[in-house]
Design a protein around this ligand. Structure first.
Ligand code: CA2
Length: 145
């Protein structure tokens, strides 16, 4: 424990690289997994990678981080804007969490400007595509140290 991070991805992110490349780029979730595993190695961080389309499974993954991971990187996708359950889970576990979005949510529709995750996140990164996950790993490495 301590030197391990879980990267949690929410609904529809399994479709990355197949649709809407103008918003999310051509990168697939598998590419992001490979990128973050490689970068994690350079930081001495072990990476667990998880995606679910189900809110309850995301809650379970956040709860499961307590005692097992030193930090969480969370792209909750659409649940970012709706889920009190995810906010409660992050608060309850107390594991440092960095919120990541591929797109710049503030340059998009108004409903994407509100996040239930941000108030309980250590920080937020958005608009840098897949690189956001790498930046989040750098930030978590400092927090975990
Ligand atoms: O920019 C992000 O990373 C988002 O979390 C992506 C979510 C969106 O609801 C958030 O507002 C911002 C949507 C993920 C859906 O991903 C797709 C990928 C390919 C094709 C269709 C959807």
């Amino acid at each position: 424990m301590g030197k391990s991070v879980i990267i949690i991805n929410g609904p529809n992110l399994n479709l990355l690289g197949t649709r809407e490349p103008e918003i999310y780029g051509a990168v697939t979730l598998k590419d992001i997994e490979a990128l973050t595993r490689a970068h994690g190695e350079t930081l001495g961080l072990e990476i667990d990678f998880f995606q679910s389309n189900k809110e309850g499974e995301l809650v379970d993954a956040i709860q499961g981080a307590a005692g097992n991971h030193g930090g969480i990187i969370l792209n909750a996708a659409a649940y970012t804007h709706t889920s009190v359950a995810l906010q409660d889970a992050i608060k309850a576990t107390g594991v440092p969490t960095i919120e990541v979005h591929l797109s710049n949510v503030f340059s998009r529709e108004e409903f994407r400007h509100h996040s239930y995750i941000s108030p309980v996140a250590a920080g937020v990164i958005c608009g840098f595509g897949a690189k956001g996950y790498v930046l989040a790993l750098d930030a978590l490495a400092d927090i975990i140290d």
